[in-house]
Design a protein around this ligand. Structure first.
Ligand code: NDP
Ligand code: 8X3
Length: 250
């Protein structure tokens, strides 16, 4: 039977690549983000392959999250696969120089936003005793690096929440997984550095992971047999050994 997936942060990077991969595989899609124009363009492209519904909301706006998900049309109401992907780093500063607005954004979006969306979707999974949740963590959720402080904390929280979900949802047969990439070439650094030129250098001198590489692994995880749960994945590009060790030819 055709499955339905809800993907947050589907307007760019990893989420958008995942939407493309899922559409290719004939999965019915709910694509989410704040940029409606992009949602419309992606919907148009993917509608050739599958049914697509767009939802425009900010994951950190509690009321908007519940309103959007409650208003899903009947054909999209039963969500089999939830990809909690929306998120970003905001800033790269030592803790004593960090901006409170950046800290709020990372905790509100990466942590609380993921929780709000999960809270809106999980009850129908527990009721049906089935479902698959994939949380996009990060290598920053496994290891803290200089100036990463609050972003790393937000992604450590994602790893902890994933483990908590897996334990609590175990009686309901719901699969829960964290996929934790290292450096992926997306709009991530544009957002982190607020469009400044610093962002241009992040992916220079080596081949970073591409969003499609992560989408491949997400699809692999959701296409395993019923008895298999890929619980936790750490992915680096070949040039990266840890958060601070990257072999660059500059
Ligand atoms: P992008 O900046 O390319 O994409 C981020 C996505 O998140 C966009 O679709 C954006 O949509 C959405 N988003 C951001 N804030 C909000 C919000 N408040 N409400 C709703 N949607 C939001 O980055 P990536 O694809 O790289 O990032 C996706 C995930 O992968 C993030 O959780 C990130 O932390 C994680 N990650 C990224 C890595 C990397 O190196 N790139 C490595 C490891 C993990 P819109 O602006 O339209 O709302
Ligand atoms: C994104 C990877 O190394 O910039 O989560 O934190 S990193």
């Amino acid at each position: 039977m055709k499955k339905t997936a809800l993907i947050t942060g589907a307007t760019s990077g990893i989420g958008k690549a995942t939407a493309h991969e899922f559409a290719k595989q004939g999965i019915r899609l709910i694509i989410c983000g704040r940029r409606q124009e992009r949602l419309d363009t992606i919907e148009l492209a993917l509608s050739k392959h599958t049914e697509v519904h767009t939802l425009n909301f900010d994951v950190s706006d509690k009321a908007a999250v519940f309103e959007a998900i409650a208003a899903l049309p009947e054909a999209f109401k039963n969500i089999d696969i939830l990809i909690n992907n929306a998120g970003n780093a905001h800033g790269l500063d030592p803790i004593h120089e960090g901006s409170i607005a950046d800290w709020d954004a990372m905790i509100d979006i990466n942590v609380k936003g993921l929780l709000y969306v999960s809270k809106a979707v999980i009850p129908q999974m527990t009721a049906r005793q089935s479902g698959h949740i994939i949380n996009i963590g990060s290598s920053a959720g496994k290891e803290v690096y200089p100036k990463g402080n609050v972003y790393c904390a937000s992604k450590h929280a994602v790893v902890a929440i994933t483990e908590g979900m897996r334990i609590d949802l175990n009686p309901f047969g719901i699969k829960v997984c964290a996929i934790n990439p290292g450096l992926v070439e997306t709009e991530f650094s544009q957002v982190r550095f607020k469009g400044e030129s610093l962002a241009d250098n992040v992916y220079k001198g080596y081949k970073a992971l591409q969003p499609e590489d992560i989408a491949d692994v997400i699809y692999f995880a959701i296409s395993r047999p019923a008895h298999v749960n890929i619980a936790d994945v750490l992915m680096f590009c070949t040039a990266q050994a840890s958060s601070t060790i990257v072999k660059k030819d500059l």
